[in-house]
Design a binder for this molecule. Structure first.
Ligand code: OFO
Length: 158
């Protein structure tokens, strides 16, 4: 749960970094990512409380804030998402060992979500590799990233 909150803050920092690099579209993309992470955080928070436990927000490290290029922003994003996938997999394995089937089933949503998260990042990194340092290409990609919109999951509590 705390790692999801950290993800949200990391992407909010990345949004500001993209903006300061002049990529308004990427700043929008990372702001949407921040909002999605807040939903992930809320899902864990609600689930823990629903199980007769008390969700506790803990201390966390300050997320990175210095990025020198769009490529670095997305490479760091993919790296972070691979770490999140590892965390979700470890939680799922723990739920299986503990025979906590409710939690195992609940975590399925996150497993599926991580497939999409990693794929999105790989797609954008692939485009950035094709573009190289072509300014027109970067502008086109930034415009595309600017079209991303936040959509609330149909039933975020499930
Ligand atoms: Fe980016 O999926 Fe949650 O952390």
């Amino acid at each position: 749960m705390n790692t999801e909150l950290y993800s949200a803050y990391l992407y909010l920092n990345m949004s500001a970094a993209a903006n300061s690099l002049g990529f308004k579209g990427a700043a929008n993309w990372f702001n949407i990512q921040y909002q999605e992470e807040m939903i992930h955080f809320q899902k864990f928070y609600d689930y823990i409380n629903s199980q007769g436990e008390q969700a506790v927000i803990g201390q966390m490290a300050a997320p990175a804030s210095k990025f020198k290029s769009l490529m670095q922003l997305f490479e760091e994003t993919l790296k972070h998402e691979l770490f999140i996938t590892k965390c979700i997999n470890e939680l799922t394995e723990l739920a299986m060992v503990e025979k906590d089937h409710a939690t195992r089933v609940y975590l399925q949503w996150f497993i599926t979500e991580q497939i999409e998260e990693e794929e999105n990042d790989r797609d954008i990194i692939g485009k950035l590799k094709l573009i190289g340092d072509n300014g027109y290409g970067l502008l086109m990609l930034d415009n595309e990233l600017g079209t991303r919109v936040f959509t609330l999951p149909a039933n975020p509590a499930v």
